[in-house]
Design a protein around this ligand. Structure first.
Ligand SMILES: *[C@@H]1O[C@H](CO)[C@@H](O)[C@H](O)[C@H]1NC(C)=O
Ligand SMILES: *[C@@H]1O[C@H](CO)[C@@H](O)[C@H](O)[C@H]1NC(C)=O
Ligand SMILES: *[C@@H]1O[C@H](CO)[C@@H](O)[C@H](O)[C@H]1NC(C)=O
Ligand SMILES: *[C@@H]1O[C@H](CO)[C@@H](O)[C@H](O)[C@H]1NC(C)=O
Length: 233
């Protein structure tokens, strides 16, 4: 099997794990990928039996998901996995598994509103290992205990395009990102947090910014003038 088709399939397969994305695979799974997916599935509670097609050689199906249970490290065997969307499931407060940080090819990670918790500082440092990440969405994950580590985390994600941390329970000021080389950051969503601090000045230096959502984030004081000079916002 060519690299491209394996890559394409895994991308399609994993996009399906969210409730809303649809799937359009026209080729069967490779045996090793299918085995990894079956092991991954066996850790999950899947009340609607949405993942049953993985018994055959069809990895793909439209559907609405309500997955819970455990995230099996079998995912690590999907060597070309670049897109992982587990949003809108009901994982019932289990921590986000650290091994996600070993999926070095990930470019897109969406764990929003899936019932995950980030219980301890060590539970989130793995994000820093995902150097190829373009798009990170952790909406609804409680990041309040780990927020102070985020400058370090973000410093390791120079290719990041989109950062979605809405409703993450963040209550301390947004650390300065002056030293971060965010030449490609286009979307920042920090809405629905409890910063209780002034509007962060450093945002005026994120010149690639297209979209900024700081609504209901507990920010006070003036919006820096430079915001209106961001060329693409
Ligand atoms: C989703 O799964 C959880 C845990 O298994 C269950 O408590 C809940 O009732 C399910 N929700 C729906 C809409 O099926
Ligand atoms: C993440 O998933 C949620 C829920 O499925 C969706 O609304 C949101 O657009 C996704 N975020 C990104 C950045 O794709
Ligand atoms: C920032 O990153 C871009 C793209 O990776 C690179 O071209 C540029 O030289 C970097 N700038 C600095 C100051 O590190
Ligand atoms: C923006 O960047 C300039 C040039 O690097 C720097 O002097 C300035 O302090 C930065 N402003 C903020 C608010 O970070």
């Amino acid at each position: 099997m060519g690299m491209f088709s394996a890559f394409g399939q895994i991308l399609l397969i994993l996009c399906l794990l969210s409730r809303k994305l649809v799937c359009n695979a026209d080729t069967p799974c490779s045996e090793s990928d299918r085995k990894a997916l079956v092991d991954f599935r066996n850790g999950l509670r899947d009340p609607e039996n949405r993942l049953s097609p993985w018994n055959g050689n069809d990895c793909c199906q439209y559907g609405f998901w309500n997955l819970s249970g455990q995230i099996d490290p079998a995912l690590l065997r999907l060597k070309s996995l670049s897109y992982l969307d587990l949003s809108l499931n009901t994982f019932q407060g289990i921590p986000i598994p650290n091994f996600i940080g070993s999926l070095k090819r990930l470019r897109y990670l969406n764990l929003s509103d899936a019932g995950f918790s980030a219980l301890a500082v060590d539970d989130i440092k793995w994000v820093a290992g995902l150097g190829l990440l373009r798009n990170l969405a952790l909406n609804g994950v409680d990041l309040s205990p780990v927020w102070s580590d985020w400058v370090q985390v973000l410093n390791n994600l120079p290719l990041l395009n989109e950062l979605h941390l809405s409703g993450c329970g963040i209550f301390s000021p947004i650390p300065s990102l002056q030293s971060v080389n965010f030449t490609s950051l286009t979307v920042i969503d920090l809405s629905f947090n409890n910063f209780d601090s002034k509007f962060p000045d450093w945002i005026v230096n994120v010149s690639s910014l297209l979209s900024l959502d700081m609504s209901n984030a507990g920010l006070n004081g003036k919006i820096p003038l430079g915001i209106s000079e961001l060329p693409n916002l």
